[in-house]
Design a binder for this molecule. Sequence first.
Ligand code: HXC
Length: 260
Amino acid sequence: MTYETILVEQRGAVTLITLNRPQALNALNSTVLAELIEAFATFEADRSQGCAVITGSGEKAFAAGADIKEMSDKPSAEFYAEDFFAGWTSRIVKATRKPWIAAVNGFALGGGCELAMMADFIIASDTAKFGQPEIKLGVAPGMGGSQRLTRAVGKAKAMDMCLTGRMMDAAEAERSGLVSQVVPLDRLLETALKSAETIAAMPPLAATMNKEMVNIAFETTLETGLVMERRMFQVLTATEDKAEGMAAFVEKRPGVWKGK
Ligand code: HXC
């Protein structure tokens, strides 16, 4: 499938999605959202694919935010009528049960930072810069920034970022727990693809359930979360891949997964 604003390729069991509007620093307009919804749905439905990586084209930006030019003349009633930005969570985050990684290669501002935080984890280049500068435009985050950033880095830094609009560099992002690792820009894609290959080679039901378990930690109490974790663990013990994984360990050989 050919897209206008993104590039999608399969590399073995990994789907690589590249935001491809470098002239606008990969700003996220409604076409990008529609195409990402399609690309993620294809990834989710394709049993040969185990993990996805999303990155930005060019060396400057992952994504410099929602497209300001598209939003500047839009009437408020239309933002509300369309439930503007709702699709990011409902059609991408919630609809994608398989794991995906954001490889942040430069500016990740506003919606760009929010898109990166929708991924299961972020790997950043040493040139990456994160920020929620919406306040400077007279608005506020609208794709999860105030919620996901606060959960990722805590109140002090989230307030600082949202109220001053300042950027956080890669080192601060790693220190703050926003990203899992920082690598030189020229090693970013290979590092993210390697992580994705590792995940794609795992038993797929276990991968989905591990993701689900970690996400539940953000939604519920510790006690309920611990019960849900045990139940998911117990469900996984009924899978053929559990029998295979434990047999493979005992027999000192790699497991061969069926996804059931
Ligand atoms: C549309 C954008 C854009 C954006 C950059 N561009 N960011 N177009 N929407 N978010 C375009 C510029 O207009 C310009 O195109 C080209 O990309 C290069 O950008 P420059 O500004 O010339 O580059 P530079 O001087 O290097 O500055 C880089 C930058 C700056 C610091 C990242 O572009 C910037 O501040 N961008 C906006 C960041 C931002 O505010 N993001 C949050 C958006 S709001 P032309 O054709 O003009 O040369 C959001 C959520 C909103 O994400 C939720 C509430 C409704």
